[in-house]
Design a protein around this ligand. Structure first.
Ligand code: ZN
Ligand code: ZN
Ligand code: FE
Length: 756
C-alpha cells in the first residue's frame, strides 16, 4: 500500500459535531479503503477520533474528502489534526464504542428516505416495495430513540430480530447498511395494517389499493407517520377537506399539503431555487409557498400561500405510485390544540372518530415530532416550527451553558437545555394551556435529561408569573432566573448568530410581559445578554377585554379609532363599524374610557389586528395570528406609498396613521393598497427609530426577532432598508423568531449571567 512517490505520514484527527448515528464511521472506513490508508476510527466523548497513516499523497485527498463528502446529515463543527509518528498499522478498523461516560455526542434528527434506498425499493428482492427500507444515510432516528448510545437495543426497533440477510448487511463494514440501527426487510421488519370498519388489511399491496379507493371517494384516512399520525385526504376535493376541517376543529389554520413531485408543486405554487432546495433537503420540511393555482378552498381558507412538502417516508413514495391524486392534505393527527397522536390505541379510538380508516404500523414512535415549517425570507430558509428533521440537533453557543434548563414561553412552547457549550432545543411542544400538551412538555423534558445525561442546576423562565412554564420552573426546586420576554427574543437571535456584544434589538411581537406591568410587543432595545435598555416602543394601546382583544380584532379596531379620533369615531361612517351592533361599540368605548379590563399593550400584533379590522379584512380571528396573516395576504406589493407615524424619543404614535388610513377607507381605496401602505409605514418608522438609537449609541448591528417577523413582506423590506443604511442585520434561521425560539434566548441570558 505504500506509494513510492510519497513518504509515510500519520495524522491524529479529531472531529466534533454531529458525527454519531449518521453513518460517519462507515463513511470514514470506506474512504480510508478507497485511498488505501490504514488506521482506525473511534467514537470519542465529544465526536470521533481518527488515526490515519499512509503516503502523504493519499492522506491529503483523504482529508479533503473527509470534509466535503461527509454524509448529508453529519455536521462538522470542528476538525483538528496533528501529525504523529507512524506506527506501521496494516489495516483500517472501526474500534468498538468505548464505555461512554456521562458525556454524549449528538443524536441525529429523522432523515428522509435517500435516493439509494428508493432505487433498492425497485431492485432488491427482499425490499421490493418494502415501506420500512432505510440505510445509514436515511430513516428514522430521534423519533425511535429511547436512550443513548444510539444502538438498536436503545430504539423502538428492539423487538424486531434481524433476519440473517439483514444481519449480514449490518455487520459488513463495506455495506451501506453497516450499523444502520433500524435496518429491516420484508422478512424481518415492521409492517403496516389498515383498519377499516369491518376488517384489518395486512397485505401492503392490498393496503395501497384500499387507500387509493378511499381517497377517490373523498374519505379521510389517519396515517401513522415518522413522528406522529397524520390525517390525509384529497387536497382538491372540497367536500373532503371541508369535512376534515370541521371534524378536526383546526380553526382557521391552513392545512399542509404533500405533493407528488416538484413539477406538481410548480403547477400550484411559485417556486424560487432556494425554496426548491429546501423542499428537497433531507429534512423535508413544510415550505410556505405563494399560490399560483388554487387547491380546495378549505385547504388554506383564502390565504395566498400553501404549506407544501414532498414525500419523506418510503410509504409516501409508494402511495403516489398507486393513486391518481397529485396533492393530498396531510395534516397533524390531533384534535384542536392537543399534541399530535403517536399511540396506536389512541389513533384507533380518537382519530378513528374523525376518519374513515386508520393506517398503523407495528413499530412504536417514542419521541413525538410534528412536521417542521420553513419559510424562505430574503433568500434564506427561516424555520417557523422546529421539529422533525431538525430536533434535537443542538445550537452551538458562544459560551458555556452547562446544566441550565430554559422553560420557554407558553403559547408556542419549546424548552431548551444546555450541555457544555451546546443548546439542545426541544422539538415543537405547543400550547401549554392544553393539559395534554403540558404533559408532553414534562415528558419530553424528562427524556431530554435522560438522553443527554443532564441534570439541571438552574432553571430560567419568562417574567410572566402565570405562564405554566414559569410556574413549572419555580416548582423544580432549583435556582430560578427570569428573563424579560423580548430580551429573550433578541438574545435568541444573537445566540444563533454567535453574537456576544451590545446590539440594537428590534422585537416586533404579539404579547410579552413587560417590566412596567404593561404588555410589551414592539420593543426597540439596546442590549447584550446580561441586560437591556428599552429605548423606544409603539405607543400603548388599550386592549378592551384583555385576552379577548387578541381573538377579536374588531376590539383593537375600536380601541385605535378611539385613540385617534376620541369619542366621535362612530360618526366617521366606517363600513366595518356597521357590521357591529351599536350597543357593543358603546359598551366597549365606555370600558376604554373607564379603563375597565383594558390592559395596555405595545404589541405590534395588536396594531396589525386593529388595521385588519378597520380595513374590513378580518374582524374575528379563529387563531392568534390570523388577522396579521390575512392583512399580509391581501397586500398589493406594487404599492410603495406609506403613512407618516409620529416618531418621538420614547415612543412611536400611530394616531396620525390611523387618521389617514381611515380617510383612505372612506375614499374607497382598496384594502390591498391600504395594507401595503400600513406595512410600509411600520417599516419606515422602525427604520427611523433604529437610526436614532444608532446615532446615540454608535451601534450598527441590528438584531430582528419576534413573531411579527414571520411576515415575509415586512421582514424583507426592513432588512433591505437596514442594509441600504449600512447596518449589519441579524435574523433568525435555525430557531423560530416566534415564541418557539424564546427558550434559546433565556438559556443564553442565564448562561452569560452565570458563566460569562
Ligand atoms: Zn437510505
Ligand atoms: Zn431482514
Ligand atoms: Fe413573543
Amino acid at each position: 500500500m505504500t506509494n513510492s512517490s510519497g513518504h509515510i505520514v500519520a495524522l491524529r484527527v479529531k472531529v466534533r459535531g454531529l458525527v454519531q448515528g449518521v453513518g460517519f464511521r462507515p463513511f470514514v472506513y470506506r474512504l480510508a479503503l478507497h485511498h488505501g490508508l490504514n488506521g482506525w476510527i473511534a467514537n470519542g466523548t465529544d465526536g470521533v477520533e481518527i488515526r490515519i497513516e499512509g503516503p502523504a499523497s493519499s492522506v491529503h485527498p483523504f482529508m479533503e474528502a473527509l470534509q466535503h463528502q461527509a454524509p448529508a446529515v453529519s455536521q462538522i463543527d470542528e476538525l483538528s489534526s496533528d501529525e504523529v509518528i507512524p506506527e506501521g498499522l496494516n489495516d483500517f478498523r472501526i474500534l468498538a464504542s468505548l464505555d461512554l461516560t456521562d458525556e454524549t455526542s449528538e443524536i441525529s434528527p429523522d432523515i428522509a428516505v435517500c435516493p439509494d434506498c428508493l432505487s433498492d425499493l425497485k431492485n432488491q428482492a427482499r425490499r421490493l416495495d418494502y415501506p420500512f427500507i432505510n440505510c445509514t444515510n436515511c430513516g428514522p432516528r430521534f423519533s425511535i430513540i429511547l436512550d443513548f448510545p444510539y444502538d438498536r437495543s436503545n430504539t423502538t426497533m428492539h423487538p424486531f430480530r434481524m433476519c440473517s440477510s439483514c444481519r449480514k448487511e449490518y455487520e459488513d463494514i463495506a455495506d451501506r447498511r453497516f450499523h444502520a440501527q433500524p435496518v429491516a426487510c420484508s422478512h424481518c421488519g415492521p409492517e403496516y395494517a389498515l383498519h377499516l370498519d369491518d376488517k384489518v388489511v395486512h397485505n401492503f399491496h392490498q393496503i395501497r389499493e384500499e387507500v387509493s379507493a378511499l381517497l377517490s371517494e373523498g374519505k379521510i384516512i389517519a396515517v401513522k407517520g415518522v413522528g406522529g399520525y397524520h390525517l390525509m385526504c384529497d387536497a382538491l376535493n372540497e367536500m373532503a377537506v371541508g369535512h376534515l376541517r370541521s371534524s378536526k376543529r383546526h380553526e382557521g389554520k391552513p392545512f399542509a399539503v404533500i405533493f407528488r413531485d416538484l413539477e406538481t408543486i410548480r403547477k400550484y405554487n411559485l417556486l424560487s431555487p432556494v425554496e426548491e432546495k429546501t423542499l428537497c433537503s433531507w429534512q423535508r420540511p413544510i415550505v410556505i409557498l405563494k399560490n399560483r393555482k388554487s387547491l380546495a378552498h378549505s385547504v388554506s381558507l383564502g390565504l395566498n400561500t400553501t404549506g407544501a412538502f414532498l414525500s419523506y417516508m418510503p410509504f409516501h413514495h409508494l402511495l403516489f405510485e398507486r393513486i391518481r391524486q397529485s396533492a393530498l392534505v396531510l395534516t397533524s393527527g390531533n384534535i384542536s390544540e392537543e399534541p399530535i397522536v403517536i399511540g396506536d390505541q389512541e389513533a384507533l379510538t380518537v382519530l378513528a372518530g374523525i376518519s374513515d380508516a386508520v393506517l398503523t404500523y407495528n413499530r412504536d414512535i417514542y419521541n413525538r415530532t410534528d412536521d417542521s415549517v420553513v419559510q424562505v425570507i430574503a433568500g434564506t430558509p427561516v424555520i417557523m416550527r422546529r421539529s422533525r428533521g431538525y430536533a434535537p440537533a443542538p445550537v452551538k453557543m458562544p459560551f458555556q451553558v452547562n446544566g441550565i434548563f430554559a422553560a420557554g414561553a407558553e403559547l408556542v412552547n419549546c424548552f431548551c437545555i444546555g450541555k457544555n457549550d451546546r443548546a439542545y432545543l426541544s422539538q415543537h411542544i405547543g400550547d401549554l394551556k392544553n393539559a395534554e400538551t403540558f404533559e408532553f412538555y414534562t415528558e419530553a423534558l424528562d427524556r431530554f435529561k435522560k438522553i443527554f445525561r443532564i441534570s439541571p442546576h438552574t432553571a430560567v423562565a419568562d417574567m410572566h408569573p402565570d405562564y405554566l412554564s414559569t410556574r413549572y420552573a419555580h416548582n423544580m426546586g432549583l435556582q430560578v432566573a427570569e428573563v424579560q420576554h423580548h430580551h429573550a427574543h433578541i438574545a435568541s437571535c444573537m445566540a444563533e448568530n454567535g453574537l456576544d456584544e451590545p446590539v440594537i434589538g428590534l422585537a416586533l411581537d404579539g404579547t410579552g410581559y413587560g417590566t412596567d406591568g404593561h404588555i410589551w410587543g414592539s420593543e426597540f432595545l439596546v442590549c447584550d445578554y446580561r441586560d437591556f435598555t428599552r429605548c423606544n416602543h409603539f405607543e400603548y394601546m388599550a386592549m378592551p377585554g384583555g385576552d379577548k382583544a387578541a381573538e377579536e380584532p374588531w376590539r383593537m379596531g375600536i380601541s385605535l379609532l378611539h385613540q385617534a379620533f376620541g369619542e366621535d369615531f362612530p360618526e366617521l361612517g366606517l363600513p366595518f363599524l356597521q357590521k357591529l351592533e351599536k350597543e357593543r361599540i358603546r359598551l366597549l368605548t365606555e370600558a376604554i374610557d373607564k379603563k375597565i379590563n383594558c390592559p395596555l399593550s405595545s404589541g405590534a400584533g395588536r396594531l396589525f389586528d386593529a388595521v385588519a379590522a378597520i380595513t374590513g379584512i378580518c374582524l374575528h380571528s379563529l387563531h392568534h395570528a390570523e388577522a396579521p396573516m390575512r392583512l399580509q395576504s391581501e397586500l398589493d406589493e406594487k404599492c410603495e406609498d406609506y403613512y407618516e407615524a409620529d416618531v418621538t424619543q420614547h415612543h412611536i404614535s400611530f394616531r396620525p396613521v390611523i387618521r389617514r388610513l381611515c380617510d383612505d377607507v372612506l375614499k374607497g381605496v382598496s384594502p390591498a393598497v391600504i395594507s401595503a401602505k400600513f406595512h410600509n409605514t411600520v417599516m419606515n418608522c422602525s427604520m427611523e427609530a433604529v437610526k436614532r438609537i444608532a446615532s446615540e449609541t454608535g451601534i450598527d448591528k441590528v438584531v430582528l426577532s419576534g413573531g411579527t417577523f414571520q411576515n415575509k413582506y415586512l421582514s424583507e423590506k426592513l432588512q433591505q432598508n437596514l442594509i441600504r443604511n449600512r447596518f449589519q442585520v441579524f435574523t433568525h434561521s435555525k430557531v423560530p423568531c416566534n415564541d418557539g425560539g424564546i427558550a434559546l434566548g433565556q438559556l443564553a441570558v442565564a448562561g452569560k449571567r452565570i458563566n460569562g
